[in-house]
Design a binder for this molecule. Structure first.
Ligand code: SF4
Length: 288
């Protein structure tokens, strides 16, 4: 997933950004670096967060309900959402991560921890909190080992990675929750620094292979038009087994770089839930 460029630059092909990196340079996600001509993950196994969470917190509502899952996160992200709820870790790079109390946990150690927690209802590992696919090699290595031990694996992601990355991890992932942060190409790129097309392609392909759930954080004045949620719902319904895909609409609360508006009114979330429910059988509301 790398390509040599002129002037000793190397192009990273993990996500849509295709950062062209000089020797020693780190990409926009702050997690991949050109080290002597190879783009490598600098946060492989470097965890900032590790917790045993109810699976509904991911959120996953229709995958092993009532179970617990060991949830692991690192630092860095390739998007720039102004409403990020995990900005302390997702906006951090190698330097800032030092003050976050990071710890290196090998895939073997992570799986051993997951196995020990089985007695507390743990079913496996969730790769979550920051954007896990920037260090997809760690997801692959830990998840394949976890499968060998009979455990399940969950990915919580923004879904902006190239198809080659998805192919690498798919054999080891059982369920995903992917953010669909808006349903407008321009907003996705200009306000979030993301790529709607790549997100849609990722969700569409992954939904053919794993249990898929989708989440939209409903932000007033950003993505809360009836038509936007309606179009997103219609599109989800068109996917493989789409009508059955659980769709989570969650309330926004002001914070981080978006403090210029109030929290999403509770009644508005329920109005949008009713619109989505015209097309989808399983629509959930969150943070209400
Ligand atoms: S994964 Fe990181 S370094 Fe690679 S293209 Fe995306 S933002 Fe750039």
């Amino acid at each position: 997933m790398i390509e040599k460029k002129a002037e000793n630059k190397v192009c990273c092909k993990v996500c849509f950004r295709h950062c062209s990196l000089a020797d020693g340079e780190t990409g926009a996600c702050r997690t991949r670096k050109n080290k002597a001509g190879e783009v490598v993950s600098i946060n492989y196994g470097v965890l900032t967060s590790l917790a045993l969470d109810p699976i509904e917190k991911k959120p996953l509502s229709m995958f092993c309900p009532g179970s617990m899952i060991l949830s692991a996160g690192s630092f860095g992200c390739n998007l720039r959402c102004p409403f990020c709820q995990n900005h302390e870790i997702s906006y951090a790079g190698e330097r800032e991560a030092g003050s976050l109390g990071v710890r290196y946990i090998s895939p073997e150690e992570l799986v051993d921890t997951a196995l020990r927690l089985k007695e507390r209802g743990n079913i496996g590992i969730a790769f979550t909190y920051n954007e896990p696919l920037m260090s997809w090699e760690y997801v692959r290595d830990a998840a394949s080992l976890s499968h060998e031990k009979g455990m399940k694996n969950v990915l919580v992601s923004n879904g902006t990675a190239e198809p080659e990355v998805l192919r690498e991890i798919l054999p080891f992932i059982d369920a995903m929750n992917i953010d669909l942060k808006a349903f407008d190409k321009d907003k996705y790129s200009k306000i979030l620094g993301g790529d709607l097309e790549q997100t849609q392609a990722f969700i569409s392909e992954a939904a053919k292979h794993v249990h898929m759930e989708i989440t939209t954080l409903v932000v007033p004045g950003f993505n809360d038009d009836n038509s936007e949620i309606e179009n997103a719902s219609k599109w989800i319904a068109s996917l493989n087994n789409g009508k059955n895909i659980p769709y989570h609409l969650t309330r926004f609360f002001p914070g981080f770089n978006m403090t210029d508006r109030d929290a999403t009114p509770v009644n508005r979330i329920f109005e949008l839930r009713d619109i989505a429910a015209k097309y989808l059988d399983n629509v959930y509301v969150g943070n209400v």
